[in-house]
Design a binder for this molecule. Structure first.
Ligand code: HEC
Length: 342
């Protein structure tokens, strides 16, 4: 990324930080300003001490959680204190955004390499602790190829809700958001009290750069050679289908580079009927629930990872199918010219 855009990003960040504090205040039951039962039972608020400041030690509940390996850890002492972290909330039965987030984070982990587990720690906390036992979480993280330094955690439901609220990863449940989770990451540098919220489903390279740069306090930007926009390559592939594919599908699928979390989609437009494809891409959960034979075989073959329902509109789905068709045709052309190319 060029220096100019980093400067813009830094300005955004500066503007975003107080926002995080606000969003977080809104969501919090139990802080003295919001008049909840917990707040009313408190004596007058103690004078702010460093330990009690927002996003500092006293802010986070030190509740016990269980890792996917069955180890008991304390949320603040073991998972946050002195660490740089990336935290999200998921549940394994989730059929929309969570599988995309998990696949995306697995890509980000690969890009960040060995620093995960040493300088940066990933924590994915289940909001369905009854179902998500350590064993279930262990199987789930293996499906997505999560590496060392990335814990999946479960625990007591109330404790987890408190953690969610304190992290700003909680939302009210309603008809539109029945499970109350957000497709966001909280990226935190606990020692210096800086936190930022970030969409969990951005481009993986962008996410990896943003995470490492934010957590290094933007310091590793100093030595970046300065380039001008005049040297930028023209941006290609900005049509809707290609954009949707990169942001919503490429964490799990390739077109012509082999199976990933999900099947290689090269040629899928030739082997499946268009109406089936459209329905499947839009509502794979429904198609599977109806025991559609193709969906059932695919589900079994891909070791139980679900193709998520990403809430796409009909126009998005058609753009994606056109993109899959065009990519398949382009690859056939390449093959005709040079049979060695797949
Ligand atoms: C979290 C991973 C994940 C994401 C994100 C994802 N898929 Fe899938 N997809 C899968 C899995 C896994 C399967 C295999 C079926 C199953 O297990 O449910 C699949 C199956 C499919 C199939 C059926 C393939 C066939 O042979 O018929 C199509 C088509 C498809 N996905 C398209 C998409 C598109 C388009 C997107 C983006 C809008 C997308 N997928 C996003 C995981 C994912």
């Amino acid at each position: 990324m060029t220096n100019v855009s980093w400067t813009i990003a830094a300005a955004f960040l500066a503007a975003a930080l107080p926002d995080i504090g606000l969003a977080h205040g809104e969501h919090h039951a139990g802080t003295p300003r919001d008049g909840t039962a917990e707040a009313r039972n408190q004596p007058a608020a103690p004078a702010a001490s460093a330990a009690n400041e927002r996003w500092r030690a006293g802010h986070f509940p030190n509740v016990p959680l269980l890792t996917h390996e069955g180890r008991t850890v304390r949320f603040y002492d073991d998972l946050l204190k002195g660490k740089r972290v990336v935290i999200n909330v998921i549940y394994t039965e989730c059929t929309d955004e969570c599988p995309l987030m998990s696949a995306r984070l697995a890509q980000v982990q690969k890009l960040l390499g060995e620093s995960v587990g040493k300088a940066i720690f990933f924590h994915s906390i289940s909001i369905d602790p009854e179902r998500d036992t350590p064993a279930v979480l262990k199987a789930y993280r293996e499906k997505f190829g999560a590496g060392p330094g990335w814990l999946f955690l479960t625990g007591n439901k109330e404790d987890i809700t408190r953690v969610q609220k304190k992290l700003g990863l909680w939302s009210r449940t309603d008809a539109y958001d029945p499970d109350g989770h957000l497709a966001s990451l909280m990226i935190g540098n606990e020692p210096n009290g800086q936190w930022m919220r970030q969409s969990a489903v951005d481009d993986p390279r962008f996410l990896a750069t943003k995470i490492s740069t934010f957590l290094a306090g933007w310091k590793n930007q100093r030595d970046v050679p300065r380039e001008s926009y005049a040297q930028a390559r023209p941006i290609e592939g900005l049509d809707a289908g290609s954009y949707l594919f990169r942001t919503r599908c490429a964490a799990c699928h390739t077109i012509g580079n082999g199976d990933a979390v999900g099947p290689d989609l090269l040629g899928v437009t030739s082997i499946r009927e268009r109406s089936w494809l459209a329905r499947y891409i839009k509502t794979p959960d429904k198609v599977l629930a109806e025991k559609d034979p193709v969906a059932t075989v695919l589900f079994a073959k891909y070791r139980g990872v679900r193709m998520p329902n990403l809430g796409l509109g009909d126009g998005d789905v058609q753009a994606l199918i056109r993109y899959l068709e065009a990519q398949t045709a382009a690859s056939r052309q390449a093959q005709l010219k040079d049979p060695a190319v797949r």
